[in-house]
Design a protein around this ligand. Sequence first.
Ligand SMILES: NC(=O)c1ccc[n+]([C@@H]2O[C@H](COP(=O)([O-])OP(=O)(O)OC[C@H]3O[C@@H](n4cnc5c(N)ncnc54)[C@H](OP(=O)(O)O)[C@@H]3O)[C@@H](O)[C@H]2O)c1
Length: 242
Amino acid sequence: MTASTGRTLWITGGGSGMGRATALAAAARGWNVAISGRRAEPLTTLAAEITAAGGTAFAVPLDVRDHAAITATARAVTDRFGRLDALVLAAGQNSPRRRWEDQTMAEFESILGTNLTAVAAVIDAALPALRERGGTVIAISSYAGWTHQGGAGVAYSASKTAVSSLIRTLNQQEATHGVRACHLCPGDVATDFLQQRPEVPDAAARAVMLSPEDIARTVSFVLDSPPHVRIDELVVSPVSQA
Ligand SMILES: NC(=O)c1ccc[n+]([C@@H]2O[C@H](COP(=O)([O-])OP(=O)(O)OC[C@H]3O[C@@H](n4cnc5c(N)ncnc54)[C@H](OP(=O)(O)O)[C@@H]3O)[C@@H](O)[C@H]2O)c1
């Protein structure tokens, strides 16, 4: 574990999957990590694991569909560490009901609220601090945000496609403050997220997918690139993916 560099990373969806792996990898490289998600227990367990290994972690439960709570959490993170250098936006939602014939508008709004509006809201709350540091934003989008995926779902596809647009406007408008952003589009990753598929992949299917650690390694590459280097978009696939 590298001693703290003072650099601070806030991760939404930090308690599991890619967000969790990213937190562990960043903390090992000396980043202070703030981790958010709805469930407190995975966050406190992960924070304890990072602290026991000599790192610095701050568990901040948050439902990203609650915009007032986002503002309060951004303040709590900057109060705790005195700075904010980067965001990894990994909180995400899908549903097994992915077709016009079985989706509900309530679920549609929740998916858009989690995958799209919350991405904008967290960036909006964090931008003043990010501008001070020339910060980095990494949105964990999806293959479905890169190119159309027929099975990804009406709401999910719409939300992730629009994340690409958010990242492009961020890069276009905030480069003057040294802010840089990456639209990161993973293919299949073996995480709990697969439980939301209409047909949940079995162990053999998961074995050939990417691991959360594969994505954490990619995030590390983007985060640790020199400040003048922007990685606008990255697509990361398991070799097995059709
Ligand atoms: N797995 C894949 O194949 C795959 C492929 C491409 C893209 N992605 C994207 O990758 C991202 C990370 O997913 P993952 O695969 O690592 O799965 P995951 O382990 O299920 O992670 C999703 C995280 O989002 C959090 N979350 C969900 N709704 C939230 C809310 N309203 N407020 C705050 N946090 C919320 C969850 O924590 P709580 O339940 O505690 O809130 C969880 O930690 C997602 O955005 C997903 O769309 C996944």
